[in-house]
Design a protein around this ligand. Structure first.
Ligand code: GLC
Length: 736
């Protein structure tokens, strides 16, 4: 039974939050700054007691709507200030129905679909009382060893910015207080993707220009998109842990960008300041976090235990606590919690599970990247198949295909490749199945023998391999990014049967797959595609859709090339094809020399296995007629270009048309290429589309040596094509 509204609620009907704040005691205010882990539920007496005494402002990890309402009722009717709680959860790429991991969503280059998926995830989470998710993660990630690359939108600042904005729009909608809307959280502020050696929780030695021109850009876009909260990173940013970084949080985020939302620490990241060694104890950690205006302390208790003393001793002014508490009250007001604090019983969004799964299927199928398709073995002709052999440790794994960060994902909803093949093909086509390996980390043994034997009897062999979900994600970093176990050996043995071998890789990160390629006739690469992995694979393998995914990262030949990314700096001696030599070309006894040498590895050269933005289709696209229609940049206007994309093949297909520029000379060195625009377009067989792009001065601005953003005059290159190796090229100038 939910009683009438409390005093606080009545008072805030007029939303006079300052009046509320002034009536709160110092302890009440500090209570609002505390986020506690609610995993213990009803049995956690300390949780209930803390709420009852007004020592909790938000709760993470409660996903039972009845418990949400029970805890809410205690906060409203028993705590001194009667301020409603806000309930939070990591809804990263879906709630019960799981969409591709964010790295896979980036591979679609379809921000509209990412927005739709986030909106649907919000509806599922809202139904259980979640009003705040800790997503999007927009850390520019250029190290595939880092497990959390899975949660990012890859190596490019623009992709992270645009997908981050799409997710924020999807989660928050047009009205944060509306039913079905939940607050987004841009994380992890900032530079976390540059974690040293690809190891989590580490240091990031990011220069000011790299921070400004790469890592901060997606957060600037998130603030412009109206993100309701920002999370400080666990990492150390060039010597100062993000959670204590006053200059970045107050200087850049709030003062320079005007962010008026809420800043939350990461899990225990305030307490960990003493572990970093920037403070000597919890009290000093509380002081430094409060000085940086970390409004909410996630799960550690330094504010709870020391902030009142810091105020009474004058080290922290009451206005600081008021400011942080006000951030929380405004956050809750914007969510409508003062008006509707309870989670409606049996909330119905009006969107069915089938509709959500349909969106998940569309996004999953768009996320697959076709890396190889020898002799156009794909798509398979379903009518000509009388038997197909499905092999692999990822072919029937309802949980593994969901990927990382899926605490609430429902495996029962998963449609695995095996199930999808059986549903689609049988009884006309016999579906044979052998795992071949117990897990992706296993060595070839009897299971592999069975798989090889069974493959002999099929018209086609499809191997579904990759990484189990636990091999990526937070704290799960790998120094070796080969396919785990003996999966390559399994594929080699399958190929030795003489059959056509189609390989589908389901991974949480970029992998080094060079040794696999010779044994595979076709390779589809996907980042854990989620609940609808199976139907998505069938959509592509049997040609219901043509693959349109493009790499949101660079695929290296070896981990020794890392970090390797397309938007690198030129350096003074850039490598070219005729400037490099192979280690095998060096004669024994060769004398030391560097004359004529350039920037490359003796063993792996300077090019990746596959470049950023790359992805094949079942058809061919040709680009022509790239023209600059007008260039008003020097007079504060825009540059307009057009290009023609023609589908010269037999299948209608989507192409992701990408536009890159290069600023040839800058007050600081500029990348050799930068993605500035893209558009995913359907081009029917035999037809052509004329695409138009416009670039503004803002698009070409960067953080300059004078420590200001702006455009610098000079010559620019511009390329358009289907990957970062686009070769259709024009130049343009900016005079002033
Ligand atoms: C974790 C992650 C962060 C997540 C938070 C709450 O440590 O770093 O991304 O949102 O804790 O689960």
């Amino acid at each position: 039974m939910i009683k009438s509204m409390s005093v606080a609620l009545e008072k805030n009907r007029g939303k006079d939050l300052w009046a509320t704040l002034q009536k709160m005691s110092l302890r009440d205010k500090i209570g609002q700054l505390r986020q506690v882990d609610g995993s213990g539920g009803r049995s956690d007496a300390s949780l209930l007691e803390a709420i009852r005494h007004g020592r909790v402002g938000s709760v993470i990890n409660v996903v039972d709507p009845d418990l949400v309402n029970e805890l809410q009722e205690i906060a409203l009717h028993e705590s001194p200030a009667g301020v409603p709680l806000v309930f939070a959860r990591d809804v990263i790429h879906g709630f019960k129905t799981i969409f591709p991991i964010p790295l896979g969503q980036a591979a679609t280059w379809d921000t509209d679909l990412a927005r739709e998926a986030a909106h649907l995830a919000a509806l599922e989470a809202y139904a259980v009382g979640i009003r705040w998710t800790f997503a999007p993660m927009i850390d520019v990630s250029r190290d595939p060893r880092w497990g959390r690359i899975a949660e990012s939108f890859g190596e490019d600042p623009l992709l992270n910015a645009l997908f981050g904005r799409a997710m924020i729009d999807g989660f928050q909608g047009n009205d944060l207080s509306a039913e079905g809307s939940i607050a987004a959280c841009a994380k992890h502020f900032v530079g976390y993707g540059d974690s040293e050696a690809g190891i989590d929780y580490g240091s990031t030695n990011v220069s000011e220009f790299e921070l400004r021109n790469v890592h901060l850009e997606p957060f600037r876009a998130a603030v412009a998109a109206g993100v309701a909260s920002v999370m400080s990173s666990l990492s150390d940013v060039d010597g100062i842990p993000a959670t204590a970084h006053r200059d970045l949080i107050r200087g850049v985020l709030r003062d320079e960008w005007g962010f008026a939302g809420l800043v939350v620490s990461d899990w225990d990241s305030v307490k960990q300041l003493s572990v970093h060694g920037i403070t000597s104890d919890d009290k000093e950690s509380a002081y430094q976090a409060a000085e940086a205006r970390i409004d909410v302390e996630m799960t550690s208790d330094t504010y709870e235990n020391h902030l009142a003393d810091l105020v009474s001793s004058g080290q922290i002014g009451i206005e600081a606590v008021d400011s942080m508490a006000m951030s929380v009250l405004k956050f809750k007001k914007n969510l409508g919690l003062f008006d509707r604090p309870y989670t409606p019983k049996n909330y119905k969004s009006g969107i069915s599970e089938a509709e959500i799964k349909d969106c998940a299927r569309r996004q999953a199928s768009e996320s697959f990247i076709l890396l190889k398709n020898s002799d156009s073995v794909l798509p398979l002709n379903q009518k000509k198949l009388s038997s197909i052999c499905l092999v692999g440790p990822m072919a029937d794994q309802d949980r593994e295909q969901l990927g990382t960060w899926v605490f609430d994902g429902d495996p029962a909803r998963s449609e695995t490749p095996l199930k999808a093949f059986q549903d689609l093909l049988q009884p006309d086509c016999e579906v044979l199945f052998e795992k071949g390996l117990a897990t992706t980390r296993s060595s070839c043994a009897e299971l592999a023998d069975f798989a090889v034997e069974k493959a002999q009897h099929a018209d086609a062999v499809v191997a579904i391999i990759g990484e189990e979900a636990i091999l990526s994600g937070e704290a799960h970093c790998r120094a070796n990014i080969d396919l785990p176990g003996e999966q390559v050996e399994l594929i080699r043995r399958l190929k030795a049967t003489g059959k056509t071998i189609i390989v589908v890789i389901l991974s949480g990160r970029p992998l080094t797959i060079g040794d696999l390629l010779p044994h595979a006739d076709a390779v589809l690469f996907a980042l854990h595609p989620g609940t609808m992995t199976g139907p998505a694979i069938c959509d592509l393998l049997f040609g219901h859709k043509a693959p349109s995914g493009k790499l949101p990262f660079t695929l290296p030949k070896s981990v020794g090339q890392v970090p390797i990314y397309y938007s690198k700096k030129n350096g003074g001696r850039p490598a070219t094809h005729d400037s490099i030599m192979s280690i095998d070309d060096i004669p024994a006894g060769a004398e030391q020399t560097s004359f004529g040498m350039t920037a490359f590895h003796l063993d792996d050269g300077f090019e990746p296995l596959f470049p950023f933005g790359f992805g094949l289709s079942y058809t061919e696209f040709t680009y022509s007629d790239l023209h600059i229609l007008s260039n008003e940049l020097s007079r504060g206007g825009e540059l307009h270009v057009s290009v023609c994309v023609r589908n010269t093949g037999l299948q209608d297909a989507f192409e992701v048309v990408q536009l890159y520029t290069r600023d040839r000379v800058g007050s600081v060195t500029r990348p050799v290429k930068e993605l500035k625009a893209f558009n995913r377009v359907l081009v029917r067989s035999g037809e052509a589309q004329t695409m138009r792009f416009s670039l503004s001065r803002e698009d070409l601005s960067f953080y300059r040596r004078c420590r200001e953003y702006g455009v610098e005059a000079g010559e620019f290159d511009l390329w358009v094509g289907g990957s970062s190796q686009a070769d259709l090229h024009v130049t343009f100038e900016i005079d002033a």
